[in-house]
Design a binder for this molecule. Structure first.
Ligand code: HEM
Ligand SMILES: [Cu+2]
Length: 647
């Protein structure tokens, strides 16, 4: 690689500015850690941790950072299109921004946020001490983190991917996208995807094998159910992505013609493989949110969840259907009427189980004693907004109608109307709900609610106009338009909505600082008077989770025990076996980062060096003896007393 190629992006002042601020920020963090002598602490307590709760927190932290990176992309796009014939961004830069925006939001924000919450909550909800494979869990996190890092350096080193988040061929082939941008696409998704696949296997095993005594499958909390089904989808969908990306790499870097058009390559093969993964992917990010809403709505309605069994069944049906609808993403790419018709019907069928869930949530609230806490507000806003998203989805599902508004802003409005209330409101509900469990104090409700209003109102102002613009013929992914189209005024409205959302997200961040300083510490472990097992632990949760593993007789055992005055965590303490921390996942992922980075630039000698290093790590690990350690009874007693606020 030549220096010229490497630093090509720096020729743009905006990117140069961003690069400088990243370097300054990094230097400040390193200097700060050194000055306050925090390196050892950081390494011992966080970077090498195998504790599912801390791994969860790190996932959420990175997801929040990515939310802001993806959010800046979004603001830039809306600013560029706010007025006709704007010159803020050029076409190339705009292409890069919508590509990385989509990728970052789905792969490096939504999914990790959800996996982070799953990490924190699932073992607690089932009464376990950790996940089945704690060290693998750490490896999953670090692979995701370095994948995110790889994608994020692309915009300063060598250039970002620019062929859309769906990277359609032939556009994504070297013929039409000659730079290294789409190599970054393949490798950042590849290594983070491997981490996700490991998470899938890890959580299926955890939920199947590590539930507290007596917790039958049909006695599991709904969030754990949603996590189980999601991880099954992950385990089936991600291998398809792995293979598709490997073929993409072969096409782009070794001259094969799987997808690239010359010599009989099939561009439609990519479209199919991408959406065989991609459609289930949208359910990977939405089902856990459904689980979160179920927990939040039943907790703050003071009622058990209406239609528990039908909730589980509908998620199972959705997971099956999610693998049978992928063709609806390319009705217009030349199938016959028969194929389009079949996929039209399977797609519309998804509305049935989804509708069942919506009615169950409404019936859970019916006659409930509702308290309007911040998490509950997110859940309440989700129901009507998501319904608009679903209904417009059914509109798009009609193949013949889709010819009209496919690839217009109508489509963009549809998927934001499902993904933002679904995933973003979902993780925000979960984040406010479980925050006191993780950190031992509540977030400020007033700030939480103002952020809520900014985001919910801003969201509708930003995205509802896109339905209208789309029906008017405003094509998706255009970097500018002429004034005669008449798209100007509504585009400006949309930009203003996006600004309001940005204010809301800034308030959410400020809330962390404010509440850390001013909120009283939480000593009950159960601030919301909630229903499931995670609230039976102390807050913040000690390393071993449960001093005594509870026995379960029914769904919501903790809730009924509270009402009957039983303590399900009483008993005699015994010493607890826990896994040891390990630096291996961090270092191995670091090595794989370098491997991928040099692969992106086809620097083969270095690729081979780091491939051998990766294998070396695996070999080393397989000879290592690590028996873990015990936490003694005296220490458990002291910890429990301290967290209950006793001296
Ligand atoms: C009743 C349920 C739903 C139906 C019937 C439905 C239908 C559709 C259809 C037919 C398309 C393709 C439209 C086109 O390309 O012209 C589409 C695109 C999309 N949908 Fe949905 N959808 C539903 C729910 C969801 C959910 C729950 C999510 C995410 C959480 C979602 C996310 C997306 C995304 C991201 C795209 C566009 C991807 C792209 O081209 O970049 N949809 N939907
Ligand atoms: Cu789809």
């Amino acid at each position: 690689m030549s220096m010229d190629e490497l630093f090509a992006p720096m020729k743009e002042p905006m990117i140069l500015g961003a690069a400088i601020s990243i370097v300054v920020g990094a230097v400040a963090i390193v200097a700060g850690l050194t000055y306050f002598k925090k390196w050892g602490w950081l390494y011992k307590n966080w970077l090498t941790t195998v504790d599912h709760k801390k791994i969860g927190v790190m996932y959420i932290l990175v997801a929040l950072v990515m939310l802001f990176r993806g959010g800046i992309d979004a603001l830039l796009m809306r600013a560029q299109t706010a007025v006709p014939e704007n010159g803020l961004l050029n076409a190339e830069h705009y292409n890069e921004i919508f590509t990385t925006h989509g990728l970052i939001m789905i792969i490096f924000m939504a999914m990790p946020f959800i996996i982070g919450l799953m990490n924190v909550v699932v073992p607690l909800q089932i009464g376990a001490r950790d996940v089945a494979f704690p060290r693998l869990n750490a490896l999953s996190f670090w692979l995701f983190a370095v994948g995110a890092g790889l994608l994020n350096i692309s915009f300063i080193i060598g250039g970002s991917p620019n062929a859309g988040w769906s990277a359609y061929f032939p556009l994504a082939s070297t013929e039409f996208s000659p730079g290294v941008g789409n190599n970054y696409y393949a490798w950042s998704l590849q290594i983070s995807g491997l981490g996700t696949l490991m998470t899938g296997i890890n959580f299926i095993t955890t939920i199947m094998k590590m539930r507290a005594p007596g917790m039958k499958l049909m006695k599991m909390p709904m969030f754990t159910w949603s996590a189980l089904i999601t991880n099954v989808i992950i385990t089936f969908a991600f291998p398809v992505l792995t293979v598709a990306l490997a073929m993409m790499t072969l096409d782009r870097q070794f001259g094969t013609k799987f997808f690239a058009m010359q010599d009989g390559g099939m561009d439609m093969l990519w479209a199919n493989l991408f959406w065989v993964w991609g459609h289930p992917e949208v359910y990977i990010v939405i089902l856990p949110a459904f689980g979160i809403f179920s927990e939040v709505i039943s907790t703050f309605s003071r009622k058990n969840l209406f239609g528990y069994k039908s909730m589980v069944m509908s998620m199972v049906v959705i997971s099956l259907l999610s693998f049978m609808v992928w063709v609806h993403h390319f009705y217009t790419m030349g199938h016959g009427v028969m194929v389009n018709g079949i996929f039209s019907i399977t797609t519309m069928l998804i509305a049935v189980p989804t509708g069942v869930k919506i009615f169950n949530w409404l019936l859970t609230m019916r006659h409930g004693k509702i308290t309007f806490t911040t998490p509950m507000l997110w859940a309440l806003a989700f129901v009507p907004i998501f319904t608009i998203g679903g209904v417009t989805g059914v509109m798009l599902a009609m193949a013949s109608a889709d010819y009209q508004y496919h690839n217009t802003l109508f489509l963009v409005a549809h998927f934001h109307y499902v993904l933002i209330p679904g995933t973003v409101f979902g993780v925000l509900a979960g984040y406010h709900f479980w925050w006191p469990k993780i950190f031992g104090f509540r977030l400020n409700e007033k700030l939480g609610k103002s952020a809520f209003w900014f985001i919910v109102v801003g969201f509708n102002v930003a995205f509802f106009p896109l339905f209208i613009l789309g029906l008017d013929g405003y094509a998706r992914r255009m970097y500018t338009y002429s004034a005669d189209t008449g798209y100007g005024p509504l585009s400006m409205v949309s930009f203003i909505g996006a600004l309001a959302m940005a204010v809301g997200f800034a308030l959410i961040c400020y809330n962390i600082y404010y509440s850390f300083r001013h909120s009283p510490r939480e000593t009950t472990g159960d601030p919301w008077d909630a229903r499931s097992l995670e609230w039976a632990t102390q807050s913040p949760v000690p390393e071993y989770n449960f001093a005594i593993v509870p026995k379960i007789n029914q769904l919501d055992e903790f809730w009924y025990a509270k009402k009957e005055g039983r303590d399900i965590t009483a008993g005699k303490y015994e010493r607890i076996h826990m896994p040891n921390n390990s630096g291996a996942p961090l270092w191995m992922s670091g090595v794989m980062f370098l491997f991928s980075l040099f692969f992106v630039f086809s620097e083969w000698t270095l690729v081979i060096v780091f491939a051998i290093a990766t294998l070396g790590f695996m070999a080393y690990r397989s000879f290592e003896n690590d028996e873990g350690h015990y936490i003694e009874v005296a220490e458990i007693e002291a910890t429990e007393r301290r967290l209950r606020g006793e001296k």
